[in-house]
Structures are given as structure tokens and as C-alpha cells.
Write a protein that binds this ligand. Structure first.
Ligand SMILES: [Zn+2]
Length: 249
């Protein structure tokens, strides 16, 4: 046994690592998520982005090209636990790993074809300081490593530090979600195919607000990648973009 593997064993003994999906202890060589959770998650993956009802509906109203997700989001699922670790456990290195996994899996489906730059949905300054990193940017970094597409954090800005949307009354949230982003006048993304990146999509209001802001740019093409999303029913899609995310960013 080499010194480094002995050292690793000792480290695992003193500082045991746990699966972000189920909390069970990870074996040596396993990272972030145990094989059982990875297997379970692969059953819940969502490759069929071409037939997504939400994308077909949004395409009629926006300049959207493509929109896809890696996994389905359900409360208390493995996916929800992984996202929770990424956002609230200061587990920032999980993001690039999740991004690489998603990019490797979805690249053959054509979702990322022709994309010029990845644009993570920005956080408010307050939220960024509190968390220390933007989880969407961490995901985009992982995607970028596999796809060889640059990450652009200079194009879109979050304009105001607002109260956490989830705590506000519904009517107020609807008004509040509009104009939460602004374009950086010095970025010049004209003629580019941008892919917006986020960790979770529920109602899609935050994403829609970002698309609406980017739509003003001449000759722009916009696609969307979210690591996970809830499957909307036909009647909730019509209200997409009206209400804010159940998951506060
Ligand atoms: Zn697990």
C-alpha cells in the first residue's frame, strides 16, 4: 500500500465523506454521490428535451432555440438533496462535477450544438456574498470544461437586492420578478447564441425574465439549460413566467 493511499484511508477515517443524495458514507474513490444514487438518478434523467411542452410553448413567445434539463426535480428526491448541498452546504466544488456529468450525458442529444457562450443566471450581490459563489456559475464551469464553450458572467446582471421572493405575497412576486435583470452595455453579445444556465427551474419565471432581457439584443439566439426542472402540466405552462420560482435562488 502506497503512502498516499494510506494517507487517503486515514483521512477518510478522520473526516468521513457522505453522499449528497442519501447521506450514506462514501467509499474511497467515490466522490459526492454514491453509486446507488447515481444509478437511481440515471433512471430519472430527462434526455427528451425536444418534446418538452414548456419549450414548445415558450418558443411561440420568445426567441428561444432550445431548452433542456438533465434531471427531474421532485421534493425530497436525490436530485433535490444534491441541489440542496450545492446551494446551502458550501459544497461549491459539487457544481463543476454536476456540470461535467450533465454535459457528457447530454452532448450527444444535440442540446448544446452551436452554442457560443454559457451565461449563468446571476445572483443578487447580497446572495452572492452570503453564499460565496454562484451555484449556476459553478455548473456552467463544469459544462464549459466538457463542451469547450466559454462562460460569460459579464452579459447579464441582477439589478436589485430584493427580499427573498418566496417570502413575498403572490401578487407582489408577480410584479417583482419583471426587470430583475439588466444588460451590461459594454458586453456586446450581438449575433451570439447564448445558453442560459441554472440549477433548478420550477415555474420558469426567473428564466423567462432573463430571456426577455436578452431578447432586446439584435441577432441573438437563446437556449436554456437547467440541471433539473419540475415537469409542468399543460395548464400550468400557460402561467409560466408569471409567478416566481418556488425555489428561491
Ligand atoms: Zn447516495
Amino acid at each position: 500500500m502506497s503512502f498516499s493511499s494510506l494517507f487517503q484511508d486515514l483521512l477518510d477515517l478522520l473526516l468521513p465523506r457522505f453522499c449528497c443524495g442519501c447521506g450514506s458514507r462514501l467509499a474511497r474513490g467515490e466522490r459526492y454521490v454514491c453509486p446507488r444514487c447515481m444509478m437511481q438518478l440515471s433512471l430519472e434523467q430527462d434526455y427528451d428535451w425536444r418534446n418538452n411542452q414548456r419549450m414548445l410553448f415558450w418558443r411561440e413567445h420568445t426567441v428561444l432555440q432550445r431548452m433542456g434539463a438533465f434531471a427531474q426535480y421532485r421534493r425530497k428526491s436525490i436530485v433535490a438533496h444534491i441541489i440542496h448541498h450545492l446551494k446551502y452546504y458550501h459544497h461549491y466544488e459539487l457544481g463543476p462535477w454536476m456540470g461535467r456529468w450533465a454535459a457528457t450525458t447530454l452532448q450527444p442529444t444535440g442540446l448544446f450544438e452551436g452554442v457560443d457562450a454559457l451565461v449563468p443566471i446571476p445572483l443578487t450581490t447580497k446572495r452572492l456574498h452570503w453564499r460565496g459563489y454562484n451555484q449556476a456559475e459553478q455548473l456552467a464551469r463544469g459544462l464549459s470544461e466538457v463542451l469547450g464553450v466559454e462562460v460569460r458572467t459579464d452579459i447579464l446582471r441582477r439589478v436589485a437586492n430584493r427580499e427573498s421572493q418566496a417570502r413575498l405575497p403572490l401578487e407582489y412576486r408577480r410584479k417583482n420578478v419583471r426587470h430583475i435583470f439588466s444588460l451590461n452595455p459594454d458586453a456586446h453579445p450581438e449575433g451570439l447564441h447564448l445558453m442560459l444556465v441554472d440549477d433548478v427551474m420550477t415555474t420558469g419565471a426567473t428564466m423567462m425574465a432573463a430571456i426577455k432581457e436578452l431578447e432586446q439584443v439584435p441577432d441573438i439566439q437563446i437556449s436554456v439549460f437547467v440541471w433539473s426542472w419540475t415537469h409542468p402540466s399543460a395548464d400550468t405552462i400557460a402561467n409560466d413566467g408569471m409567478d416566481n420560482e418556488a425555489e428561491a435562488s
